[in-house]
Write a protein that binds this ligand. Structure first.
Ligand SMILES: [Zn+2]
Length: 432
């Protein structure tokens, strides 16, 4: 007897028509036609059942603040940072909590149940840290929220950058952030990487830095980050977010850099939506894409996971909490359109992100947590194409969100009465 059985599921690895039995919040069986009753049954009807999406890079203190106190007129990264500086003194804990909780509601309906958020520690009031620590506790029953102490205005550049970051960690923020390319000089940036890795080693914490989020081919903090990771024995516990300068770097230099990153087991976090929007802004034509070298980093065995970064905030006026939108953009910007490429992209918003975040019990194996989503699509490539509705979102074996299938009704003589894009347009090559 199971608490829940999902019947006739297609899995992300390509297996088809399986039943998934859930017991006491865990996956208890995955097999063809499980002949046991269950308290609740969901018919996946040949649709994709996946572990939930994981967003390894987000800014929950800024989300849904679009238009406060004004819009980003130029739409650039630097005006975004300036605008956030105008909004920051006006932030209240109550408003931060309310916006973050509303974002988490949206995330759950999108099947996004694991989020790593940076928390700006530049304002010594640390109202951002207070608010997000409260949110982390409030959403724990349905979203695992990880928090990064992030010195947005520079660890050394902001007047209280050093002490504020320390205090945020003392309050319980569990990951050390940084922004070396925003320090005053390249040397200050390198010093900040060393200091922050030392703090992480001393406190036994992971590192996740905004690193080289610039078009400058000479911005090389990722080299320093890899070196300090090895020096402090932090291999596998360090993430480099953005790394957009790698797009513009000389390829000979990159051929030396990528093995250094592999040696340090750096987790790479590009943010395709934000990178394609904000990078290359000073170019005329041809215009650079600005996302890091995803295909090459994956080929070298590095763990690459994609972040959403922003939803309706000073930097990005768009976004919907949908990691499939992130993956969809990644396919285009990285030009990864092959079938195997698309599977790798789907991994980057699920299992790879889970690895970056160090999640335990994540996945589709017996014994894993019964955190599952049923999508209105046949497989991962169709999911990335359609960004379909998440029909069921399941946390620890319980349905926490449900969305009706998207079905278009037609009133055309001699044509079908309705179409279900997730079912009626699956190409024959994928039906085998
Ligand atoms: Zn960011």
């Amino acid at each position: 007897m199971f608490d829940l059985i999902i019947r006739n599921a297609n899995l992300p690895d390509g297996r088809k028509g399986l039943d998934i039995g859930v017991s006491s919040g865990k996956i208890a069986a995955i097999a063809k036609s499980i002949a046991v009753a269950a308290g609740e049954e969901i018919d996946a009807a040949g649709r994709l059942v996946s572990p939930p999406f994981c967003d390894p890079h987000f800014h929950m203190d800024a989300t849904l603040s679009l238009g406060l106190p004004r819009m980003n007129v130029s739409g650039t990264l630097l005006e975004g940072i300036a605008l956030w500086g105008e909004l920051r003194p006006l932030l209240t804990k109550e408003a931060l909590v309310e916006r973050a909780l509303r974002y988490c509601d949206l995330a759950v309906t999108q099947g996004l149940l694991y989020i790593r958020s940076h928390v700006d520690t530049s304002d010594p009031r640390l109202v951002t840290a207070e608010a997000l620590l409260e949110v982390k506790e409030k959403v724990a029953p349905y979203i695992e929220l990880q928090l990064v102490a992030f010195p947005q205005d520079g660890y050394y550049r902001a007047p209280d950058g050093v002490s504020s970051l320390d205090r945020a960690l003392d309050m319980g923020i569990g990951i050390v952030g940084g922004i070396p390319h925003f320090e005053r000089t390249m040397e200050d940036g390198a010093r900040s990487v060393e200091a922050l890795c030392r703090i992480a080693a001393d406190r036994g914490l992971p590192v996740d830095m905004h690193c080289d989020e610039t078009d400058d081919p000479m911005s090389r903090h990722i080299e320093t980050l890899a070196a300090q990771t090895v020096r402090f024995g932090l291999q596998g516990r360090v993430a480099g977010s953005h790394l957009t300068s790698m797009h513009s770097m000389d390829s000979y230099y990159v051929s030396k850099l990528i093995p250094l990153m592999a040696e340090a087991e750096i987790n790479v976090i590009p943010n395709p939506l934000i990178n394609i929007m904000l990078q290359g802004r000073h170019d005329s034509y041809p215009k650079r894409r600005g996302m890091t070298r995803v295909r090459e980093l994956m080929a070298a065995g590095l763990n690459v996971s994609f972040g959403h970064d922003c939803v309706m905030d000073p930097w990005y006026s768009m976004g919907s909490g949908d990691m499939l939108e992130v993956g969809h953009m990644a396919i285009h910007v990285a030009q990864m359109a092959g079938i195997d490429d698309k599977r790798r992209i789907f991994d980057a918003i699920t299992v790879n992100s889970a690895k970056t975040m160090g999640l335990e019990g994540y996945g589709l194996d017996v014994g894993c947590k019964a955190d599952l989503i049923v999508l209105q699509a046949a497989d991962v490539t169709e999911a990335l194409r359609l960004k379909p509705n998440r029909l069921f979102v399941i946390k620890a074996g319980k349905v926490v969100a449900r969305t009706a299938p998207r079905v278009g009704e037609l009133f055309l003589a001699g044509r079908p009465a309705s179409i279900d894009t997730g079912r009626d347009y699956v190409p024959p090559v994928l039906q085998r």
